[in-house]
Design a binder for this molecule. Structure first.
Ligand code: COA
Length: 260
C-alpha cells in the first residue's frame, strides 16, 4: 500500500497534521487537498483536539506549491474547480474553531504559502523560503494567496511577491508580516511545541471567540466589529473557564480550563 498523503498524530491535545509527499516536496495534488480537507474537518469536531500544528514531511519543504504536473493539462473549468477545492480547504482552516499553527520547515511556495497563510500563526525555520511564484508558470495564485497576502502584508509586498515571483527568505517574510516568528531550523520543533502547548492549555472558548472576532473584524467596519467583540466578550461570562481563570488569578494558582 502507498504511504498516506497526510499523516495525523495526537499528543496532549495537540493534533499534528503532516503533508506527506516528501519526494514531490509535498506538492498539493487534488488527492492531497482532499486528504487535508478530511483531516481538518475531523479536527474541527473533535473536542480532544485543542490546537492543530500543520507541517510538511521531509527536510526540505513545508509545501512547494500546487502540483504543477497535475495542473499542466487542466482545462479552464477544471482549473476553476481546482482553485475552488484549494480555497475551500484554506477557508476551513482559517475558520476552524481552534488555533492552527503552521510549522514552516522549508519551502512554502505558491499553494504552500497559501496553506500557511490560511493558518492562524506561522513559525518558520530560518532556512525556509516563501513566495508566490505562479507568475513564472503563466498563472496567478488560486488558493486565496492574492487576497490573504494582501491582508497580511499589504499591497506593496503582495504586488512584489506576485508580480516578480521571487521567493523571499524567512527573515524577509518576518519583516513583511507574513510569518510570526523565525527560529533556527534546529529549534523549529521545540519552539512550535512550546506555542502549541500554551494554546492547548488555554481556554478553548476564549480561543475560539478570539479567532471569530479577528476573522469577522478583518472583513467588516469598526462599528460592527466592536459590537461583535462586545457580544463575544459578554458571552465569555457564561463560561466556567472565565470563572476559573479569574479565580485562579486571585488565588495565585495556574488555571485549569475545561472548555465549558
Ligand atoms: N508540483 C509538482 N511537483 C513538484 C513541485 C510542484 N509544485 N515542486 C517540486 N516538485 C517535485 C519536482 O518535480 C521533483 O520531482 P522529481 O524528483 O520526480 O523530478 C521533486 O519535487 C523535487 O523537486 P526539485 O525541483 O528537484 O528540487 P530542487 O531542490 O531542485 O528545487 C524548488 C526546489 C522548490 C525550488 C523547485 O522544486 C520548484 O521551483 N518547485 C515549484 C515551485 C512552484 O512554482 N510552486 C508554485 C506552484 S503553483
Amino acid at each position: 500500500m502507498s504511504d498516506p498523503l497526510v499523516l495525523v498524530t495526537d499528543a496532549d491535545g495537540i493534533r499534528r497534521i503532516t503533508v506527506n509527499r516528501p519526494d514531490k516536496l509535498n506538492a498539493l495534488n487534488a488527492a492531497t487537498l482532499d486528504a487535508l480537507q478530511a483531516a481538518f474537518d475531523a479536527a474541527a469536531t473533535d473536542d480532544a483536539v485543542r490546537v492543530v500544528v500543520l507541517t510538511g514531511a521531509g527536510p526540505k519543504a513545508f509545501v512547494a506549491g500546487a502540483d504543477i504536473a497535475e495542473m499542466a493539462d487542466l482545462r479552464p473549468t477544471e482549473g476553476r474547480d481546482f482553485s475552488l477545492r484549494g480555497q475551500r480547504l484554506m477557508r476551513s482552516i482559517e475558520t476552524l474553531p481552534k488555533p492552527v499553527v503552521a510549522m514552516v520547515n522549508g519551502f512554502a511556495l505558491g499553494g504552500g504559502l497559501e496553506l500557511a497563510m490560511g493558518c492562524h500563526l506561522r513559525i518558520a525555520a530560518d532556512t525556509a523560503k516563501v513566495g508566490q511564484p505562479e507568475i513564472g508558470l503563466g498563472l496567478i495564485p488560486g488558493f486565496g494567496g492574492s487576497q490573504r497576502l494582501l491582508r497580511l502584508a499589504g499591497r506593496a509586498a503582495t504586488l512584489e511577491l506576485c508580480l516578480l515571483g521571487a521567493p523571499v527568505t524567512a527573515e524577509r517574510a518576518l519583516q513583511l508580516g507574513i510569518v510570526n516568528r523565525v527560529v533556527p531550523a534546529t529549534e523549529l520543533e521545540a519552539e512550535t511545541l512550546k506555542v502549541a502547548t500554551q494554546l492547548a492549555a488555554s481556554a478553548p472558548l476564549a480561543l475560539r471567540a478570539t479567532l471569530d472576532v479577528v476573522n469577522i473584524g478583518g472583513e467588516c467596519g469598526i462599528e460592527e466589529g466592536l459590537q461583535y467583540e462586545t457580544a463575544q466578550f459578554g458571552l465569555m461570562f457564561a463560561t466556567d473557564d472565565m470563572r476559573e481563570g479569574t479565580r485562579a488569578f486571585m488565588e495565585r494558582r495556574k488555571p485549569s480550563f475545561t472548555g465549558r
